[in-house]
Design a protein around this ligand. Sequence first.
Ligand SMILES: *[C@@H]1O[C@H](CO)[C@@H](O)[C@H](O)[C@H]1NC(C)=O
Ligand SMILES: *[C@@H]1O[C@H](CO)[C@@H](O)[C@H](O)[C@H]1NC(C)=O
Ligand SMILES: *[C@@H]1O[C@H](CO)[C@@H](O)[C@H](O)[C@H]1NC(C)=O
Ligand SMILES: *[C@@H]1O[C@H](CO)[C@@H](O)[C@H](O)[C@H]1NC(C)=O
Length: 539
Amino acid sequence: MDKFIVLLLVGYVTANTQPGLRQNRLGTEVPSLGDTSPGSVWPQPQSQTSTSQTYPVLAEKFAFTYTSSSFRCSLLDEAFKRYQMLIMNAAARSKLHFRPRAPYTITTLDINLMAKCEDYPSLDMNEAYSLDVGESSTQLQAESVWGILRGLETFSQLLWQTETGEILANKTNIIDHPRYSHRGILLDTSRHYLPLSVIFDNLEAMAYNKINVFHWHIVDDQSFPYVSEIYPDLSRKGAYTSLSHIYTPDDVAAVIEFARLRGIRVVPEFDTPGHSQSWGKGQPGLLTPCYSGDKPTGSYGPINPIVDSTYTFIQTLFTELRNVFPDKYIHLGGDEVSFACWQSNPDINNYMKNLNITGKYNELEQIYVQKVLNISGQIGFSYIVWQEVVDNQVQLKDDTVVEVWINNHPDEELAKVTKLGYRALLAAPWYLDYISTGEDWMKYYLEEPSNFNGTDAQKKLLIGGEACLWGEYVDGSNVTPRLWPRASAVAERLWSSKDVNDVTKATPRLHQHRCRMVKRGISAQPLHPGYCVHDWGNI
Ligand SMILES: *[C@@H]1O[C@H](CO)[C@@H](O)[C@H](O)[C@H]1NC(C)=O
Ligand SMILES: *[C@@H]1O[C@H](CO)[C@@H](O)[C@H](O)[C@H]1NC(C)=O
Ligand SMILES: *[C@@H]1O[C@H](CO)[C@@H](O)[C@H](O)[C@H]1NC(C)=O
Ligand SMILES: *[C@@H]1O[C@H](CO)[C@@H](O)[C@H](O)[C@H]1NC(C)=O
């Protein structure tokens, strides 16, 4: 043990006010031991009443069954298998055999899906459900398959195991729905490639946290791992390696399917005209050549906005994307365009002179973005853009979603964007690539997205938010522990009611939820000193 750690420990012990409690950074006292209240739900439901009456769950008899009036759904049949497995895994941890006992033993969860099955989740999906663990039956009801999926997750979280291994559920009534409809996580597969298995793990964790959008920042300056069938050179020359650091059409389809089965939308981001260095390697003539005086330097800047071939390329690539990604939305980026290269290029300057916009590079950017938005719209995409697109006064379609990321008065930006009538997403306070020691989840947890000046109509235009884990210092080795359970704080902020905002109350539940994720195979990092009980507690 080095001196630094000894000092930390001394600091920790002396800061304690009584055994088992310690001061967190906000000065409140929180328990720091093991699982304190197994069977609690994260994110917290809108309404939950529970009693200390418990009923055993007989794992070997347990089945998910549709009620007679329920619609059936293959997507749910798949979900039943996953949740059955969790219950069986928990039961396998005990060598004891349990029998039915009075007054009621849970052997079925009765599912009532009140409308036809749907194939793909969407921004408008209905995730509301009600769940009742009652005196003689256990029932889950929802108007859509997505509600049933969320309810199955909640049901699994209600189950807990005693020290002898018996699985119990408390008598509970839950009526639940999300506060915001877009609850996303951004993963970046360009700065570092993420293996498929790691993406699957994180989609699984997203489902455990009721996150419903995977914002796939799939390409950027550093690499182009997306394999295009129409432009195979993009990944052949733009990926880190053309054989292993790529996502083939089958890989992409597998990610979309894995996500779909969990009610998670996959929104791909193809960010232009900046952040596109890797695109240039496989598509000569796409990027702007930079000049020194009257000679090209051999380096390149943003996508060249003044040649027709650029727009033919975008149109062709995006038409392919329209067929690959089922979600209605694509993220078009549009952030951080550097003007230096455009400024150096004589052809660009001539073009601008002819348009009478000499020196106004943001207007050149506008021309480019406007065309790309038009093309995307014509192909049938709705789009999400980073906030700069609005800041540069680009004309947008009514159903555009603007993502606010710059952490300098994001409240003012939200007010501005919603005043213009656009829908907004908040990401600014939730850049999880910024790390610090300690319980930084509390900071994320306490952000209140609706704290901006605006009318009720404007508040309604805020459709949710995203936790962003940029990949400069993150690859398959550390993405999962860096994301979880820190992103869980954002998940509860976006799902639960506005007044669920007490970090002292949240701490034991989040600790327990982290232990639950670990038990289910997600390498989520610890919240604070303490331990997880692995033989009992959450399942
Ligand atoms: C569930 O029941 C147990 C055992 O009776 C009790 O200790 C616990 O507080 C109950 N949990 C809730 C959320 O009511
Ligand atoms: C060019 O722009 C300037 C300043 O914005 C304006 O005064 C002038 O009339 C414009 N000329 C043409 C030909 O549009
Ligand atoms: C974009 O589309 C709008 C309406 O469809 C049209 O008025 C405008 O000229 C287009 N802009 C560009 C840059 O293509
Ligand atoms: C919101 O509006 C009030 C009243 O006009 C003002 O005092 C406050 O500073 C504004 N807040 C922000 C974040 O703009």
